[in-house]
Design a protein around this ligand. Structure first.
Ligand SMILES: NC(=O)c1ccc[n+]([C@@H]2O[C@H](COP(=O)([O-])OP(=O)(O)OC[C@H]3O[C@@H](n4cnc5c(N)ncnc54)[C@H](OP(=O)(O)O)[C@@H]3O)[C@@H](O)[C@H]2O)c1
Length: 254
């Protein structure tokens, strides 16, 4: 599906400002033209390190704003502060996420609830706040980090997949709702990406790096895609998987 094209506009807000994937996307954007960036996150040291790395990559200026995805009461003010610092925003990336315990029925119930809280309620609240700001500007692109795990929730990663399925649906629905108002929502569905989130886990087939995701995102923005798969071949793999009966999918080692 196609909407508006391009990744124009200098002002970039990154929610989950220490995310390795999000930072790779900003570096790739900055290679095309200099960007002013606001990084939002909960870990001041990591944000400061990320800001320095982006400045070295040609972003100027980079400001940092404190934000905890689990503290939804503070989201409106934090997102507003980012837009005010930059004088509005052209691109907003929502990248907050936790992987948590993988598998089916959780053994760690509080941990499972934390994944739902951060990845669905927290990230969902941030998507809504960013969308409200973009809608009031009547301009901008909202990039939401979903996951292939949310396209078809599998027994190997139930809670994370369910949270991403909810977030993915929210982002797609808002994309349709805001399309007439000049706001574009791009849902990114990576597979296994080698970042801090997956460190220590056995690599999966079709595993890629954050820079590969960034290239896929920029290609998607250029083409006007509303859904970006990374790698692109996952799109076809998931299409096949979706058409298979559950009785078969259940027995697959995925
Ligand atoms: N890596 C993969 O294989 C993969 C695959 C598909 C989708 N994704 C999604 O891509 C996004 C980025 O992941 P990544 O691979 O770049 O991993 P990452 O580097 O670990 O990034 C995750 C980000 O979420 C932030 N975060 C988590 N909980 C938070 C909270 N309560 N409040 C504020 N920030 C919070 C982290 O901040 P801190 O620095 O403070 O921890 C970090 O900035 C995530 O949404 C992830 O689910 C990743």
């Amino acid at each position: 599906m196609s909407g508006e094209r391009g990744c124009g506009g200098r002002r970039v807000v990154v929610i989950g400002g220490s995310s390795e994937i999000a930072l790779a996307v900003v570096r790739a954007l900055a290679q095309r033209e200099p960007r002013a960036v606001a990084l939002l996150g909960r870990d001041g040291d990591r944000l400061a390190q990320a800001a320095r790395s982006l400045e070295r990559a040609g972003c100027e200026p980079v400001c940092t704003i404190a934000l905890d995805a689990d503290e939804t009461d503070g989201h409106e003010a934090a997102v507003a502060a980012a837009f005010e610092q930059l004088g509005g925003a052209d691109v907003v990336i929502v990248a907050v996420g936790l992987l948590g315990e993988r598998g089916g029925l959780p053994r760690d119930v509080p941990g499972a609830l934390a994944v739902l809280r951060t990845n669905l309620v927290g990230a969902g609240s941030l998507v809504i706040q960013a969308a409200r700001r973009l809608e009031s500007q009547r301009h901008g692109t909202l990039i939401v980090l979903s996951s292939v795990a949310g396209e078809r929730v599998r027994a190997s990663n139930v809670v994370y997949g369910a949270a991403k399925a909810g977030l993915d649906g929210l982002a797609q629905g808002l994309g349709d709702a805001l399309h007439p108002n000049g706001v574009r929502v791009v849902v990114v569905r990576p597979g296994f990406v080698h970042t801090r989130m997956t460190r220590g886990l056995p690599s999966a087939p079709l595993a890629i790096g954050p820079d590969d995701v960034a290239r896929a995102v920029l290609r998607g923005l250029d083409r006007g895609d509303e859904i970006v798969w990374a790698p692109a071949s996952l799109r076809w793999l998931m299409l096949v998987l979706r058409t298979l009966p559950r009785s078969i999918v259940r027995r697959l080692p995925i």
